[in-house]
Write a protein that binds this ligand. Structure first.
Ligand code: ATP
Ligand code: MG
Length: 560
């Protein structure tokens, strides 16, 4: 069979998995088959997105196929809620699986293979307790000890294993173990457990089974059944690889091969499902899709685009050594994409009232504004202007430092898409806070000019007071204040490093057209950041999530 390959992106050389695959195709002429194997015990996170982009991406690039296989061998923690969310997330990222499978589809076959191993004298039923088995395994320096049940006859093992399946024994009473070598330098070879008894209902097989295969026994054989050519997983599984190969060899089945790459770690984030579940259960966050979570559904709700996540996965690359990626790279990727696709709007987060004193009372006008300078097809919209407007509090300073080009007493600034205004008078309350500015405008300055050709450097955004639409804006920051929240100091836990300011809620005033925004719509609030309409929005109340800030050059200058 001829296999067509499209080339890897021009701007980079092949990563090590691509090299392996290109060699495989050159040698065998066969098509590749990959799989993404999530355990349905939680929602997918950005680390899984990396694995999805890799497995599905390779299949796409090399005209192969990628299966979705749920690794559902532990009925205690698994649920269909998770199955559904996983499928939704993969589709949203833009990938399609060749077939949808479950490790539980293979329980019959796996059982038969276990019987085969017993018949070959390569597996036995052990009556030891979990603790005895653990102690008997020995240590890296010291060989383990053989179980007293290790030399049962094949007949007895077959009978006991069948009885295990039929529910004759309680949880933990017996296990099926491979019979390999209790002194093996690789601890995983010291008679690994293949099956344990769990009288628990399974989300797919119901009560058919009360024995369940262990990961190491199920995974490779499931790969083999699906004729997976490249079983790609994360680095911590490299010590499992010899055992993966051992089962396949002993059973003489399709030789799938495992390859390991470095898992994705991000700064200011925890990624293990166990920890994410704890944050949900302890109500540190509002749910798996709380926009501060690193889950795919949270990133979606926050306003991330599929393209930005795929670009991120590509930029991170495929490494052989563990590393930690800076969260700012993910933010960079979403800014890059939103800059191209998000329409511009004006919204004021911390409003300061401005009265344009020489603008006739009762008059108003409409400016026609470009929706997206990066995309002509996005068209234009109407933005009303009137005598009273709101500007951002931070765009006025009474005694500004050098390099501040926004509004100051006696100073002039351009209103984005509109007129030049000059600050004539500062109105304060009794406490001395600035509550209003009284300005004049240059009637000849609409559309960029001015009455005498003078140049004004600063441009600020604004909203017409008479037309403003109120909205709740949720300003998110990192969920953790510590760069590596998994590195806990003695006596602490990762939740001790939560950022108390990870969510700030404000009331913003938005330009009129935002009143029509729909859940999921993404915008750039000019000079403020990228925002997305949250699912909590109602007809009465708009809610926006801040996806990411714009790069704030002013903040950078101030730090210097
Ligand atoms: P966690 O440790 O977060 O609970 P997991 O490895 O148990 O994750 P699975 O559902 O078993 O989660 O993972 C499905 C696939 O995604 C596996 O192939 C796994 O190696 C991969 N994966 C999980 N986390 C990461 C990560 N941080 N980076 C890259 N790949 C990952
Ligand atoms: Mg796992």
């Amino acid at each position: 069979m001829e296999v067509k390959t499209t080339e890897a992106p021009k701007e980079r050389s092949l990563n090590f998995v691509e090299e392996i695959i290109e060699n495989y195709i050159a040698e065998t002429g066969g098509a590749i088959q990959t799989r993404f194997p999530p355990e349905p015990n939680g929602y997918l996170h950005i680390g899984h997105a990396k694995s999805i982009c890799l497995n599905f991406g390779l299949a796409e690039r090399y005209n192969g196929k990628c299966n979705l296989r749920f690794d559902d061998t532990n009925p205690v923690k698994e649920d269909t809620e998770y199955v559904d969310s996983i499928k939704e997330d993969i589709k949203w990222l833009g990938f399609n699986w060749a077939v949808e499978r479950y490790a539980s589809d293979y329980f019959d076959q796996l059982y038969e293979w276990a019987v085969e191993l017993i018949k070959k004298g390569k597996a036995y039923v052990d009556d030891q307790t979990q603790e005895e088995i653990r102690l008997g395994r020995g240590t890296v320096q010291q060989a383990g000890t053989e179980s007293p049940w290790r030399n049962r006859s094949v007949e007895e093992n077959l009978k006991l294993f069948e009885e295990m399946k039929e529910g004759k024994y309680a949880d933990g009473e017996k296990v099926l173990r491979a019979k390999i070598d209790m002194a093996h330098p690789n601890m995983l070879f010291r008679d690994p457990i293949l099956y344990r008894i769990l009288h628990t209902e399974h989300h797919r097989t119901g009560n058919k089974w009360c024995i369940y295969p262990m990961y190491d026994y199920a995974h490779g054989q499931s790969d083999s059944i699906e004729r997976i050519t490249h079983s790609i997983c994360t680095l911590e599984f490299d010590v499992h690889r010899p055992l993966y190969d051992w089962f396949i060899q002993e059973l003489g089945i399709f030789p799938s091969h495992q390859y390991e790459f470095a898992r994705l770690n991000l700064t200011y984030t925890v990624m293990s499902k166990r920890k994410l579940l704890q944050l949900v259960k302890d109500q540190v966050v509002t749910g798996w899709d709380d926009p501060r979570m690193p889950t795919i559904c949270a990133l979606r709700r926050k306003g991330y685009t599929p393209a930005s996540i795929r670009a991120f996965a590509e930029k991170v690359g495929v490494a052989k050594r563990d590393n930690v990626i800076d969260l700012s790279l993910l933010e960079y990727c979403v800014r890059e994409d939103l800059n191209k696709v998000a329409e511009r709007r004006m919204a004021v987060i911390d409003p300061l009232k401005v009265v344009v004193t020489n603008y006739p009372e009762g008059k108003s006008e409409i400016f026609s504004c470009v929706n997206n300078p990066e995309d002509e097809a996005a068209g234009r919209r109407e933005v009303p202007f009137g005598r009273e407007i709101f500007i951002e509090q931070a765009d006025f300073m009474e005694e500004p430092p050098k390099g501040y080009y926004r509004l100051r007493p006696g100073g002039e600034v351009r209103l984005r898409y509109g007129y030049l205004i000059k600050c004539e008078e500062v109105v304060k309350d009794e406490a001395g806070n600035v509550v209003e500015l009284r300005c004049t405008y240059d009637p000849e300055s609409a559309g960029g000019g001015s009455s005498d050709g003078r140049k004004v450097k600063g441009v600020i955004h604004w909203v017409s007071a008479a037309d403003a639409v109120e909205a709740e804006v949720r300003l998110y920051d990192n969920l953790f204040a510590k760069e590596a929240p998994d590195d806990v100091e003695e006596g602490k836990t990762f939740t001790d490093y939560l950022n108390p300011n990870s969510l700030v809620v404000k009331r913003a005033l938005c330009e009129r057209s935002l009143g029509e925004a729909k859940v999921g719509d993404r915008f750039q609030f000019e000079r403020v950041g990228y925002f997305c309409v949250d699912k909590d929005s109602t007809a009465e109340k708009l809610v926006f999530n801040r996806t990411v800030t714009l790069k704030d050059t002013w903040a950078k200058l101030q730090k210097k």
